[in-house]
Design a protein around this ligand. Structure first.
Ligand SMILES: [Zn+2]
Length: 530
């Protein structure tokens, strides 16, 4: 693989310049493109012998064949070989994968190197396939766009210029690069950060906010997350924080460009923000107890439809009509013909008031050691199942990788034959390869989640020692529905499975062998529906 020094050194090389100027204000103008090209070429004591330009042309809209300057250049290069072509960035030449592929193939075949003045690097390395396979086109384009906008961002922010659209919750944009704090929203923002510091998760904060009857906003976990993770609230603007191609997930902080912006008056201190960011990071890395516990559906994953044997879905059916909330959170049978549905609050109250005490009384009489062992062996069983799942998933990933390499070698042979006649198949293969990569990534993500769950189970083991005293102590007196973590824990420890029918009949299996029976079944009925 060549370097720019090898291409331009030891000087006196001759090349041509290609520039494309679009009406997009984000793009570098022709003056900049030329300036960058000439100063780079002069640095190596080389010479630009001719310029080719297309102006007012967006590469998105016009095919390469419709760009006169580009076509003329390719024509000339076919007849008269030069040592190099210099462009501002590769995206000046083409925007879609096939065009990039064609241009790189053309240049490689003629041993002409295209230099990108913005990054002082090469657009074509001579190894077409390697480039294609390693980077993938989408990444290539994303990086290019990102560098360009990032530079632009930093320049503007340093000048106190804001051009990022609207203001986040809590602020209004006044124009003239100034933001104003909305006093009522400021209280909510402060409250959100306080709640997060106290250990609440995004979902539970959203639920707490929705219980405020004066709220004019609809809160959900995403909107809470967008506040907690935004340094705007401490007076900073960021670039590259949100990964728009990945369900708006938050990028690692090292990928951000972050700058203090004087037009923002902070609502919280930098210290507070950093503190919340640390919590967020720990939670997302699984260092803190996962949100498995932080659910307002206490029986999620534990409760089943007695008739259909399906785990019940948790659905938030609350909506707002003229500011008045109605509907509720429900557990629902996934079988549409079944129709079983319970309000979460009713079901929680029933099980907690009517079922749990009897289980609890029995648990109190069971010897400690047995109890401990029973729970652990049951959790171990779960962990082993997870390990098995992971193994299967890993095999699946291995299959995908084999398929991927087959696709890649097919691309290679197509490329060696002739590009023109195989264009369609080549495009299909490139897309197939991208899809495979996505599948691999997705499966790895699932494996990761399961691994974390195992870590959690192992974590429970040590936790249990601390926990069992309060379990046998006064857990029931302590529980608090606003802060349901403890209760959810208790439920997960005790119940392996709870089955419910349409008329409140309940069957359950405990993780604990309470009276020496393998499983405990208690029938109950709930008459009073609140
Ligand atoms: Zn059902």
């Amino acid at each position: 693989m060549k370097t720019i020094e090898e291409v331009l050194g030891p000087g006196s090389k001759k090349g041509v310049f290609y520039g494309r100027e679009s009406s997009d204000k984000q793009d570098a103008d022709m003056k900049t493109q030329k300036h960058m090209a000439y100063s780079l070429v002069e640095k190596y004591k080389c010479e630009i012998v001719r310029e080719y330009v297309d102006t007012g042309v967006s590469a998105y809209k016009k095919k390469m064949e419709q760009r006169a300057g580009l076509m003329e250049m390719l024509d000339d290069l076919d007849k008269n070989k030069v040592d190099f072509v210099v462009v501002f960035q590769g995206d000046r030449l083409a925007r879609n994968p096939m065009e990039h592929f064609k241009i790189r193939a053309f240049m490689n075949a003629r041993e002409i190197y295209v230099i990108q003045s913005s990054g002082q690097d090469l657009y074509n390395s001579g190894d077409l396939l390697g480039q294609l396979m390693k980077d993938g086109y989408s990444k290539y384009e994303a990086d290019n766009i990102s560098t360009r906008t990032r530079d632009d961002f930093e320049t503007r922010i340093s000048k106190g210029i804001y051009n990022g659209g609207g203001a986040p919750f809590g602020y209004r944009y006044l124009g003239n690069h100034q933001f104003k704090i909305m006093p009522d929203e400021k209280i909510v923002v402060k409250n959100i950060f306080e709640l997060y510091k106290s250990g609440q998760g995004f979902q539970s904060i959203a639920e707490i906010l929705m219980t405020d009857k004066n709220t004019k906003d609809i809160w959900c976990k995403e909107t809470v997350k967008s506040i907690i993770t935004n340094p705007f609230y401490m007076g900073y603007l960021t670039f590259g924080r949100v990964n728009k191609s990945s369900r708006n997930s938050i990028n690692d902080k090292s990928k951000w460009t972050i700058t203090r912006f004087k037009g923002i008056e902070p609502i919280i201190t930098q210290e507070e923000w950093e503190q919340c960011w640390e919590i967020y990071k720990k939670k997302s890395q699984g260092d803190l107890p996962p949100k498995h516990f932080k659910t307002s559906y206490l029986f999620k994953g534990v409760i089943y439809c007695k008739d259909c044997k399906q785990p019940l879905m948790c659905k938030d059916q609350r909506t707002k009509d003229k500011g008045k909330p109605y509907g509720s959170r429900v557990y629902k049978c996934p079988n549409r013909n079944c129709g079983l549905s319970y309000r979460a609050d009713d079901l929680h109250e029933f099980i907690i008031n009517d079922i749990l005490p009897s289980v609890y009384i029995k648990a109190r009489t069971a010897p400690h050691e047995t109890l401990h062992e029973e729970i652990l062996s049951s959790l171990k069983k779960d962990a082993n199942q997870l390990l098995k799942d992971i193994k299967e998933l890993e095999e699946q990933v291995a299959d995908y990788i084999i398929e991927l390499s087959q696709a890649e070698s097919r691309v290679l042979s197509l490329y060696q034959e002739s590009i023109e006649s195989n264009e369609t198949e080549l495009m299909i293969l490139i897309e197939h390869r991208m899809r495979l990569k996505k599948w691999i990534e997705g499966t790895k993500h699932v494996i990761d989640k399961k691994t974390k769950r195992i870590q959690y189970i192992n974590h429970v083991e040590s936790d249990f020692e601390i926990w069992k005293d309060s379990f046998l102590g006064s857990v029931l007196e302590e529980y608090d529905l606003q802060n349901d973590t403890k209760l959810r824990r208790l439920i997960l420890y005790i119940f392996e499975k709870v089955e419910i029918s349409k008329n409140w009949e309940i069957n359950y299996t405990t993780r604990i062998d309470l009276e020496g029976d393998a499983a405990l079944h208690v029938m109950g009925s709930f008459l009073e529906n609140k």
